[in-house]
Write a protein that binds this ligand. Structure first.
Ligand code: SF4
Length: 556
């Protein structure tokens, strides 16, 4: 496996082979975590030139296996201060895989804005750093269009930061092909801190097609034959389910049901949907292309999480206005969940007269204005740009985070096992770390935490391996464990379920060790008081016991 190393300070680029001790982690999150933990000192600050960004593709990225589009970035997050892996769908990962590099390590800081071009016809050079002064200040859409013309590539070849990344907003995304995101955790701010505006990947290597032909037809058939809400309505299909399970955060997380849920749910969004979109090798096509005639906007999204964060959690009940918020977040390169959480904190502070800035629940014009102010760090936006927790602490209002990461839309007051998962996740309140919520929706035991630690451990381990293979985690709705083992065996040789679990556990533990060296421990595996289910402490102990970690939550 090949590695590309780019030093922005020295303006040097070189290639290397990835050692076996790292390649056993397959690719994606596993490989990036192993490389990162080996190369970066645990006391490095997130927005410092010693922090690195490691882009990785998975073992399957760009292959014929359904759901094999994912690709990964790992760094230290300015929002959580933890090691943070973020993965995206779409097609950029396939283009990166076609350059022949499994990992791209970016270190140092450029003295002026640059972008990295990895492509063909480079002579002896594997890649090139190019001046990006003319792109600095451009939003995501504008920068992407300019790069496609300048490099003669498709927009699927681009990963860029917007104005939020340039201003090092703690929850700035890296955006690929305009509307897809390496989201949560603010890795766009790390890229901005490095003066790196974009990565363009344009390789000519074909992904070998033959390797999976004996199994992929059966997998494709499964996807074609199954009917799920995800196919019919995309992720917005979950909004009504969350609402009826008391798991839809509303009004700065003060409630878990929303009276106007029917105005912003999947069926309502269908009226704004003009097309569907998908990722490489996926027939589910869960992405919705939507239109707001009120604002004359066409965009991709909003996903369920955005409907929650910029809808119910702000008491905005009009899809036109949420679509515009979604569009603006993509344009500036902002994470929609954390943007919504920060604005929710400000509205609560305004309501309680704890800030001079005035904005009311449901004030969508005010929300649109704030999104731009956050991205540009203007006025009150500069405070919100440091995250909901920092803002709320300053203004004495409640906030809802784990390790600094804002809660997504599967509230643990309705889904208690998901609460344990949020608390222990190595990257904070992240619904995708175990996806315990999928097991709990509709279950009569969904508000009981006792006995759930074992399943959380199992699903965390499974997901760590899926993130390393580069499989979209929505595949769990279609594939069985046998399917995963068949795919894995093609990559690693024969593998049983217990081997897959051990591999996943070793990835989770690498992340945990790194965080513990940064000072994280049991005190950080906590939930906000109003979200903490009864029996939480006992189940946390069980979780540590099952992981073989000490009572302080760290591996011995
Ligand atoms: S299910 Fe959705 S996110 Fe996952 S690969 Fe398919 S289109 Fe992409």
């Amino acid at each position: 496996m090949n590695l590309l190393r780019v030093n922005l300070t020295k303006q040097t680029i070189c290639t290397d082979e990835i050692d076996d001790e790292f390649s056993c982690f397959i690719g994606g999150r596993g490989l990036a975590t192993a490389l990162f933990a080996d190369e970066v000192k645990p006391d490095v600050k997130p927005l410092h030139s010693d922090n690195k960004l490691i882009f990785t593709t998975g073992a399957l990225t760009g292959s014929s296996i359904p759901f094999s589009a994912r690709h990964n970035v790992t760094s230290i997050s300015p929002l959580t201060n933890t090691i943070f892996s973020s993965n995206a769908g779409g097609n950029f990962g396939c283009e990166l895989a076609r350059t022949g590099y499994r990992a791209v390590i970016i270190e140092g800081r450029a003295s002026s804005p640059v972008y990295l071009y990895i492509g063909e016809n480079m002579g002896d050079e594997p890649a090139e750093l190019r001046d990006a002064a003319h792109l600095w200040g451009a939003d995501v859409f504008e920068a992407t269009v300019r790069l496609t013309k300048e490099c003669r590539v498709h927009f699927r070849n681009t990963a860029v930061i917007g104005i939020a990344g340039e201003h090092q907003v703690y929850f700035a995304n890296i955006m690929t092909q305009m509307h897809r995101a390496f989201g949560r955790g603010g890795l766009g701010a790390v890229m901005g801190n490095k003066n790196l505006k974009a990565v363009v990947a344009s390789g000519g290597n074909m992904i070998p097609a033959g390797r999976y032909t004996d199994i992929d037809a059966g997998l494709w058939k499964k996807v074609v034959d199954s009917m799920t809400g995800l196919k019919y309505l995309g992720t917005s299909s979950i909004l009504d389910v969350a609402n009826s399970n008391q798991a839809l955060p509303t009004r700065n997380y003060s409630a878990t049901t929303y009276k106007d849920a029917g105005k912003i749910d999947g069926e309502a969004l269908r009226k704004h949907t003009i097309n569907v979109n998908t990722c490489h090798s996926c027939l589910v096509a869960c992405k919705r292309v939507t239109q707001s005639k009120k604002y004359n906007i066409i965009t991709e999204g909003p996903e369920y999480e955005t409907l929650m964060a910029l809808g119910s959690n702000l008491c905005v009940n009009s899809l036109d206005d949420i679509i515009k918020s979604n569009y603006l977040c993509n344009k500036y390169g902002l994470d929609t969940i954390s943007t919504g959480a920060a604005v929710a904190g400000l509205i609560e502070a305004s309501e309680k007269n704890r800030t001079k800035y005035k904005i009311a629940w449901g004030d969508y014009d005010g929300v649109h204005k704030l999104i731009e102010m956050i991205a540009k760090r203007e006025g009150i936006g500069a405070e919100l740009a440091e995250g909901a927790a920092a803002f709320a602490q300053k203004h004495d209002v409640p906030y809802y985070t784990v390790k600094g990461l804002d809660f997504p839309g599967h509230d643990c007051r309705g889904l208690a096992g998901q609460g344990l998962s949020y608390a222990v996740s190595n990257r904070g309140a992240d619904h995708l770390y175990s996806m315990e919520y999928m097991e709990e929706y509709g279950s009569p035991e969904r508000t009981i935490i006792t006995g759930k630690a074992k399943r959380v451990v199992y699903n965390e381990n499974r997901n760590a391996v899926l993130d390393s293979m580069a499989l979209c985690k929505f595949s769990v709705r279609f594939y069985t464990m046998d399917d995963y083992l068949k795919i894995l065996s093609k990559i690693t040789g024969s593998m049983e379920e217990k081997d897959m679990q051990m591999l996943g556990a070793s990835i989770v533990e690498m992340e945990r060790r790194f965080n513990c060296k940064r000072g994280f421990d049991k005190k950080d595996d906590v939930l906000p008081k109003i979200m903490k289910p009864s029996g939480f402490e006992e189940e946390l102990k069980s979780y540590y016991r099952l992981r073989g970690w000490a009572k302080n939550g760290c591996p011995e």
